[in-house]
Design a protein around this ligand. Structure first.
Ligand code: HAM
Length: 415
């Protein structure tokens, strides 16, 4: 039999309930910050990511689903959404009408990675971008939004790590200082880090290799290379997070994997996802628009892996059941009446399930219980004879016989 592609997952109906619960929380929380949803295509020109995330990043150099289409255009399945959102903003000159854009998104992304728990080749990201402000209050707003999203999903077991890469210049100074330090130890570095020394040396700072860690321990520190205004920006972000009551730790080796970051970078980290410790992450990107040849603009944002969010949230809500308003238990002789009632119920916004297997009365009652029905409507011979219906409240177990009228039936479901 043909199976699904490695690293992809089917989301089965039982899991969809969890997804919808989380998606509803996302919509609610983003609304509380007045962020507007944006949707962009799944395919983009490969160049968009080469220019923004950088050729040296793992995402671009190893993980992109990039190919030539039938007209020999080099396109790819998007590995992330920040660069596409920046493209949309620039292409539609959205900043002209509104100097600060607050946007959120949710959708599939693709990275050719080795699949494991919480890591897939097709995964979903929910994210937000605040574009148009260089000020630390926009960093603080974005971090607070990400923090609220995670906590509102019922997740407590995580830590917010923050760091600053400083301005483009301080980041470059630091890169030079780091490379000249690491060069002395090149032969001792892991193979991956040796490769990164030429392409993406900052990533060596968060290497998991023990030998690398020992060398990195004495490397020059990012904070020592920050210029005064970068330091001030970082201090302001911290003060604002404190004012918002958001707990954080400063992680001096947090650098993130994409090239476009400047100043603040952050990650929401957890110990509950095995090898994958990031629920989400993001940062400021004051240079990204220029790298994609757009009118310069500043932004700050985050992306959170929905699969990771749902894995963690499900741990807290293992018994969440589907929310069914009514199960209509009817004898097969009265299918027409059952369908008429079901139509009335559904057209008035209640969910209603009927039996399609012509099962016994007892088996139908069992089904109603299994699907977590709030109320059961019963239509048997006696109900049909005296034009009534019986309603059972599944929580209290009380049962009542009521003379049928459309209003009476709907009223019986609404409390
Ligand atoms: P990122 O750190 O590459 O950042 O990805 C953000 C989140 O997406 C990760 O923390 C993780 O939860 C999830 N994720 C990444 N790869 C996978 C995968 N293979 N399987 C499952 N989940 C995954 C970005 O993508 C930036 N665009 C975030 C950002 C927005 N920065 C500024 N604005």
């Amino acid at each position: 039999m043909i199976q699904n592609i490695k690293g992809t997952r089917d989301i089965l109906p039982d899991e969809v309930v969890q997804w919808q619960r989380i998606e509803a929380i996302i919509r609610r929380v983003t609304r509380t910050f007045d962020y507007k949803e944006i949707r962009t295509p799944v395919i983009e020109y490969t160049e968009l990511f080469q220019k923004s995330a950088g050729e040296g990043s793992d995402v671009v150099s190893k993980e992109m689903y990039s190919f030539n289409d039938r007209s020999q255009e080099q396109i790819c399945l998007r590995p992330e959404l920040t660069a596409p959102v920046a493209r949309v903003v620039a292409q539609n000159t959205l900043l002209r009408a509104n100097p600060t854009l607050r946007l959120w998104y949710s959708g599939p992304c693709f990275r050719y990675e080795r699949p494991q728990l919480g890591r897939q080749r097709q995964f979903h990201q929910v994210g937000a971008e605040c574009i148009g402000s260089t000020h630390p209050e926009s960093d603080a707003e974005i971090i607070t939004l990400g923090y609220n999203l995670i906590t509102q999903c019922g997740i407590q077991d995580f830590e917010l790590h923050i760091n600053s890469l400083g301005s483009v210049d301080s980041r470059k100074n630091y890169r030079d200082a780091l490379v000249s330090y690491l060069k002395q130890f090149e032969p001792q570095l892991s193979e991956d880090s040796q490769r990164r020394l030429g392409t993406n040396p900052l990533r060596i700072l968060d290497s998991k290799d023990e030998a690398d860690k020992a060398i990195v321990a004495s490397a020059p520190k990012l904070v020592d290379c920050l210029d005064e205004s970068s330091m001030q920006h970082f201090r302001d972000v911290q003060a604002l997070l404190q004012a918002a009551g958001i707990p954080f730790v400063i992680n001096p080796v947090l650098v993130r994997g994409l090239d476009y970051y400047t100043h603040t970078v952050f990650e929401f980290k957890t110990n509950s996802l095995g090898a994958q410790d990031a629920i989400g992450g993001g940062g400021r990107y004051d240079n990204l628009f220029e790298t994609i040849k757009a009118q310069p603009a500043s932004g700050v944002g985050f992306g959170i892996g929905l699969e990771r969010l749902i894995l963690l949230a499900s741990k807290q809500n293992e018994n969440a059941v589907e929310d069914l308003d009514c199960f209509l238990v009817a004898d097969a002789k009265y299918l027409a009446t059952a369908l008429e009632y079901a139509q009335l119920i559904r057209n008035n916004g209640f969910s209603c399930r009927t039996d399609l297997q012509r099962r016994s009365f007892k088996a139908q009652m069992k089904e109603a219980d299994k699907f977590g029905a709030r109320k059961v409507l019963i239509l048997a011979e006696s109900e049909i004879a005296d034009k009534s219906f019986t309603v059972k409240d599944m929580k209290t177990g009380t049962q009542e016989s009521i003379i049928y009228s459309p209003e009476a039936l709907l009223r019986s479901l609404s409390h």
